[in-house]
Design a protein around this ligand. Structure first.
Ligand SMILES: [Zn+2]
Length: 385
């Protein structure tokens, strides 16, 4: 009888095993490359990750010195948790990131080297400006008059160029012109390959930077420091012919770059480096604000490193690798110590006051409202007369 029971048990487990294998097989089937049953998303994701990894490997082996592809591959590897491999790919990318490549878009700062005096201006034209309002979380658009500086751009990167311009509100009574700088992907060249989304990504990055500044200021004030830092807001312009460009206020004064996105500490100013350290700390290592530069404590053109699944802040985002680079050269200063950044995370003192930084959903929501809705607003708006 006992033998019979054992036989039944063996047979049952055999049946169960077959069922599991076959259901696994069925679950693994995908139609049009997409998963159709929620329960098997993990299985499919694994397949998809492997496929994607192979796909990236092929792209990279076809052209091993293409920095853009290498960085994308590294972002992907980081997203699926392969940190060691990602770090290697980042290193390879940076080896190829020659002087020429380093002058590309992500290090082309619009206010840096902006000429103080402009010889002549072109004639006035109309445009539509899109501004994101942080409080209402809405995009507003309004007609503006603008004048470009004559002549060549004062800064040219791989795909980007910068020009000075003056903007005034078309509707406002006695509106005065204000000085701006524009950063564009293709002001002189063809705009056919330019994705409007890139301009709204720029707004998102500066917006996230300002959220970090708000948090930092709040903590500084609590620690008794009467200093604030801020980031220039970035807007999007729609010009005649439907072209887009990013614009921000022109900064008067001495322009300083404090640190970069590759761990170089360029000044002894305590605030910018503490801000980088702080951003990493309150996001528990998920994000890091760097490439901090500007005039006095008004910063612009920051870069964010991200260590968040399926997330990237563009080509200058070196992820965890970039964060390690920062810590390899950063020495905690008096502001770091005051905010207890140099100590192990033991209290709730440094928790973010806003949920924005505490979850991937916060970032995703910001992406949806700023980038996706921004692009929609841009595309829906009337052509510029
Ligand atoms: Zn520090």
């Amino acid at each position: 009888m006992a033998n019979r029971n054992v036989e039944i048990m063996l047979f049952t487990s055999y049946l169960l095993a077959i069922l599991q294998i076959s259901s696994g097989f069925i679950q693994g089937i995908r139609i049009d490359g997409r998963c159709h049953r929620k329960a098997v998303v993990t299985t499919c994701n694994l397949h998809r990750d492997n496929e994607k990894e192979l796909w990236y490997e092929e792209r990279v082996s076809e052209n091993p010195s293409n920095v853009e592809n290498l960085i994308k591959f590294a972002h992907f590897l980081q997203g699926i948790g392969k940190y060691d491999r990602a770090a290697k790919i980042y290193s390879t990318a940076l080896q190829f990131d020659s002087e020429e490549a380093r002058r590309q878009s992500h290090i082309l700062a619009s206010n840096k080297n902006a000429p103080r005096e402009i010889q002549s201006w072109k004639k006035t034209e109309t445009a539509t400006e899109f501004q994101y309002d942080t409080l209402s979380e809405q995009w507003t658009e309004f007609k503006v008059l603008l004048r470009w500086e004559s002549g060549k751009p004062y800064a040219v990167g791989g795909q980007r160029e910068c020009k000075r311009l003056k903007i005034s509100d078309l509707k406002a009574l006695n509106a005065s012109e204000s000085d701006h700088v524009a950063k564009s992907f293709s002001m002189a060249g063809s705009s056919s390959n330019v994705d409007v989304k890139d301009y709204f990504q720029e707004v998102l990055q500066q917006h996230v930077a300002q959220r970090f500044a708000d948090e930092f200021n709040w903590h500084l004030e609590r620690a008794g420091i009467q200093q604030t830092v801020s980031f220039l807001p970035v807007h999007v312009l729609k010009t005649r012919g439907g072209g887009a460009t990013n614009v921000e206020a022109f900064l008067e004064g001495e322009y300083t770059k404090h640190n970069d996105n590759y761990g170089n500490i360029l000044t002894e100013d305590v605030f910018p480096h503490a801000l980088s350290h702080f951003s990493w700390r309150i996001t528990r290592g998920r994000l890091m604000l760097c490439d901090i530069q500007g005039v006095n404590r008004v910063y612009t053109d920051a870069q964010i490193h991200s260590n968040v699944t399926s997330w990237s802040f563009g080509r200058g985002d070196y992820g965890e690798f970039g964060m390690e680079k920062f810590f390899a050269s950063h020495e905690c200063n008096e502001i770091c110590r005051l905010l207890k950044l140099d100590q192990a995370h033991t209290s709730e003192d440094l928790q973010a006051q806003r949920s924005f930084f505490s979850s991937d959903e916060g970032l995703q929501a910001a992406f949806d409202t700023i980038v996706l809705r921004g692009v929609e607003t841009f595309q829906r708006s009337d052509p510029v007369a």
